[in-house]
Design a protein around this ligand. Structure first.
Ligand code: TK8
Length: 335
């Protein structure tokens, strides 16, 4: 009898301190889909996340990373999450705009001028507020990862001035901000899912695309793109999401494990991405890409032209989101 009480007391103490027990975790297999190849910053961070979750659950919860868009494009995976056919994914916030219009705010050209600003705003209350809009749509957003500052590549010519874009067929993400931005710059913008991009470049169905250095390298775009122009025209976040249907079946301890591992994976991913980006440009040159910077005057022309898309973004994300994100950026810049 006394023994029983002692045990009960111990259990109560453990529960009170939030310690997790093996019985808090059910054996589960989690399909975690992503669009890039296994050997990419996305793939490495998914594997890091998997290790953290397996460690924390004593191997009960197994994360199966499935890359290469094998489970579908970003938008197809989102539908699978909503329906409960897939548990997790990571992809661009830009591809979520059809579900959560507020996500388009992150696609504002030149919104962030440093990665640090992006971290502060995305991880702060404004980033959280936009992320929270996913839940009523059937997904739970865990954390933002870094995709990174986007740069332009094409197979036609070096882009040294705006007019060089005029007859360039440029793949953009399936989202009106990207479409409007590149139309404004004079390109022939064509929306396409990332999963179809390499083939489209290879067959010259499109002439160019824009993505961070990391992706140009990991997706081997250098094999089919000769010219890279350093534009840093927008900072792109990725977001790690969970099926809400599946999330609702998890115990509090399981949810906590996923949340904690997601935060650790975010820190790992950003560091890894930044380290890779710092080397990637040099590597792309050795792979034969011809790299040029935009002359300052042309970069300014580009920036000025793109301010004309701001009104449209403010309208589609709502004035409140527009204002709060801009205020958060100003604050991040000031501090
Ligand atoms: C990968 C995409 C990619 C994005 C794009 O699934 O589509 O160009 O930059 O990272 O989300």
């Amino acid at each position: 009898m006394r023994m029983r009480f002692a045990l009960a007391g111990l259990v109560a103490a453990l529960v009170a301190t939030g310690a997790a027990h093996a019985q808090d975790f059910k054996p589960r297999i989690v399909r975690f889909g992503y669009g890039l190849v296994d050997n990419s910053n996305q793939g490495r961070a998914v594997r890091f996340f998997a290790q953290e979750v397996e460690k924390a659950t004593g191997g009960k919860m197994k994360i199966r990373g499935i890359g290469n868009a094998s489970l579908g494009s970003d938008t197809q995976m989102q539908q699978a999450l909503i329906g409960g056919a897939q548990e997790m994914m990571v992809g661009s916030t830009a591809t979520l705009v059809g579900l959560v219009p507020e996500m388009a705010v992150w696609d504002t050209p030149f919104l962030f001028s440093t990665a640090k600003e992006a971290d502060t705003v995305l991880d702060g209350p404004t980033g959280e507020a936009v992320k929270a809009k996913l839940e009523p749509k059937g997904m739970v957003g865990l954390v933002y990862w870094e995709n990174g500052f986007r740069n332009l590549t094409n197979s036609k010519r070096p882009v040294t001035k705006l007019e060089d874009l005029n007859d360039v067929k440029l793949r953009v993400m399936q989202n009106n901000v990207f479409l409007d931005s590149f139309k404004t710059l004079g390109a022939n913008a064509v929306p396409l899912p990332f999963s179809e991009l390499f083939t489209a470049l290879e067959t010259r169905a499109v002439d160019g695309q824009e993505n961070p250095y990391n992706t140009v390298l990991s997706s081997k775009f250098y094999e089919v793109q000769k010219y890279l122009t350093v534009t840093n025209h927008v900072y792109s976040p990725w977001i790690v999401t969970v099926s809400k249907k599946w999330w609702d079946t998890l115990s509090p301890a399981e949810k906590k494990v996923l949340q904690d591992a997601a935060v650790k994976s975010r820190d790992f991913e950003r560091k890894d991405t930044r380290e890779e980006a710092a080397q990637a440009l040099a590597e792309l040159k050795t792979k034969g890409m011809q790299v040029n910077e935009l002359p300052a005057a042309e970069a300014n022309r580009m920036r000025e032209k793109l301010t004309s898309v701001h009104a449209g973004i403010a309208k589609s994300v709502g004035q409140e989101t527009w204002d709060s994100v801009n205020a958060a950026v100003a604050k991040a810049r000031g501090g």
